[in-house]
Design a protein around this ligand. Sequence first.
Ligand code: NI
Length: 133
Amino acid sequence: MKEKTHRFGVSMEKTLLAKLDALIARKGYSNRSEALRDLVRDKLVEQEWQVGNKEVVATVTLIYNHGSLDLANKLTDLQHDNHQQILSTTHFHLDQHNCLELLALKGPAGKIKEIAERLIATKGVKHGKLVMT
Ligand code: NI
């Protein structure tokens, strides 16, 4: 059964609207309503993850220079502190200096997000990304 839709007016600055229209063109939405619905849904899912104690599985990728021994130790300490949520860690030596670490995690969304943020925010980590499923 298709749910009834409701219309409402939205006001926004000209520049913001122009950015929305550019996004619509880029992503191929047929109109603004469709694009806004998608953005709202996306945001709601994200919020659910943030507040939720909902169990999620996630991956975290980290790129860092192993030359900093202090950094490698800090990352390992953080992982030991959260061993209950970390299912596995795989380390790839990318080249002479750079390492890629891939972590699989499982636990309450809020906790997973906190662990990921701490890992990614560790000084010296060049790039990090959390993907929750
Ligand atoms: Ni390495």
